[in-house]
Design a binder for this molecule. Structure first.
Ligand SMILES: [Zn+2]
Length: 406
């Protein structure tokens, strides 16, 4: 059994019960990710530091303030991602709403005290300053971003949360701590959360946002499981990590990103609890059925609905143990066949999809395709058509049916 650290979210020691989600090879080194059987959290191994030429090459364009704080500047092909301005504006607006909602839980007769950990260029705090009266501070250890935040008029410090000394006076503690897409980069997320716990007022609110493993987009190993994503969160594991650091989850939003709102827990037993949610085997099945769907989709897009690819689709579909994943694979086949005007086969795959997951849109698509298929065959041929999915053998007789109903 390989040597591997305990679960970063709940602390369960590594054992053969952990499920290997992936073992991707980067710069010649294998960097495995294991799912915890207790809280479904994914922990990615630390790259072998004794092989700097192989592994740290991946870090050369990234800036690490210290071992626990990373800022990603460009992707692995050396490309800077084009920002989608519309999407960015939506995200910013939603983050401002989050802050406003959280502050409503912390009534004060003085301006609120807010800290944005990993504030980058300070855009959130800049926007907040126009909407609410609050004392704000941004932490951004990468100095170019920190300087940009200051240029925008934000009070920013080029340090990490670990550098901030606990407040001597409890009244100085923070009413709200906000952190976006930072926790997944850390080696010790619970230690970091405990640090935030000490900085937060007793009735203060913590907002954390991280990527959601169960809403992974694109290829898992190239888009999601990367060595700078040390922590792979499900809603269950994020809530568990927060509880074990002394927080009590108030609300979790499970979109493409997970957003959790917490307050300090007043129940010591919460520190040893595991939050409810999907078990590790289901997470594994869900993630890998999405990978299988992507394989099928890419093959269908590349060569069209050839016999070879349809055979791949059928075998992948048969092997998939996750019903929603199977439904999606069947849909990919149906879409490709419909595109090739093969309506009869498309209808068969749509029926397969509906067996695994009821979906009104898919049912409507099936009705439309069946109608096209009927009109193509014309009234004369329609009389000899047999249903492709009719069960083998004679249908049960009426008394047998009556027995089944009763
Ligand atoms: Zn765990």
């Amino acid at each position: 059994m390989p040597k591997f650290p305990p679960c970063s979210a709940c602390g369960l020691p590594f054992s053969s019960q952990f499920i290997q989600l992936a073992g991707h090879v980067r710069h010649g080194a294998e960097i495995p990710t294991y799912l915890c059987p207790r809280c479904s959290h994914g922990t990615t191994a630390t790259p072998d530091q004794s092989a700097p030429n192989r592994v740290t090459a991946a870090y050369r364009t990234r800036v690490y303030g210290d071992h626990e704080h990373a800022a990603l500047l460009e992707d692995d092909r050396g490309q800077f991602a084009e920002p989608d301005v519309e999407q960015e504006a939506l995200v910013r607006r939603r983050r401002v709403q989050d802050v406003v909602q959280a502050l409503a839980l912390v009534p004060r007769d003085r301006p609120h005290r807010i800290m944005h950990v990993g504030c980058r260029e300070g855009r959130l705090l800049e926007q907040l300053s126009t909407q609410i009266a609050a004392t704000t501070i941004g932490l951004e250890p990468w100095t170019p971003w920190c300087d940009e935040a200051r240029r925008r008029g934000v009070h920013a410090e080029a340090v990490t949360a670990e550098d901030v000394a606990p407040f001597a006076d409890p009244d100085e503690r923070l009413d709200l701590i906000v952190e976006h897409h930072l926790l997944e980069h850390l080696d010790q997320p619970r230690a970091h959360l405990r640090r935030l716990h000490r900085l937060l007022a007793d009735d203060g609110v913590l907002i954390i946002e991280v990527p959601n493993l169960l809403r992974a987009y694109g290829r898992l190993e190239t888009r999601f499981l990367q060595e700078h994503h040390r922590q792979v969160f499900t809603s269950r594991s994020l809530a568990t990590a927060c509880m074990r650091a002394g927080f009590s989850p108030l609300h979790i939003d499970r979109g493409a990103n997970l957003r959790i709102f917490c307050q300090k827990s007043h129940d010591p037993s919460e520190r040893s609890q595991v939050f409810h949610g999907a078990n590790a085997d289901d997470v594994f099945q869900a993630v890998w059925s999405n990978e299988a769907r992507l394989t099928v989709k890419q093959a269908l897009a590349k060569t069209g609905a050839t016999d070879a690819v349809l055979e791949l689709v059928a075998s992948t579909h048969a092997r998939c143990r996750w019903a929603p994943g199977r439904a999606d694979i069947a849909l990919e086949a149906a879409v490709a066949l419909e595109r090739a005007d093969r309506y009869g086969e498309a209808a068969t795959w749509l029926r397969e999809s509906l067996l695994d997951r009821h979906d009104g849109e898919v049912a409507a698509m099936l009705r439309r395709i069946e109608w096209i298929e009927r009109s193509r065959r014309g009234p004369r041929r329609r009389r000899v058509v047999t249903l492709p999915l009719a069960p083998a053998g004679a249908p049960p007789r009426l008394p047998a049916l009556a027995a089944m109903i009763n």
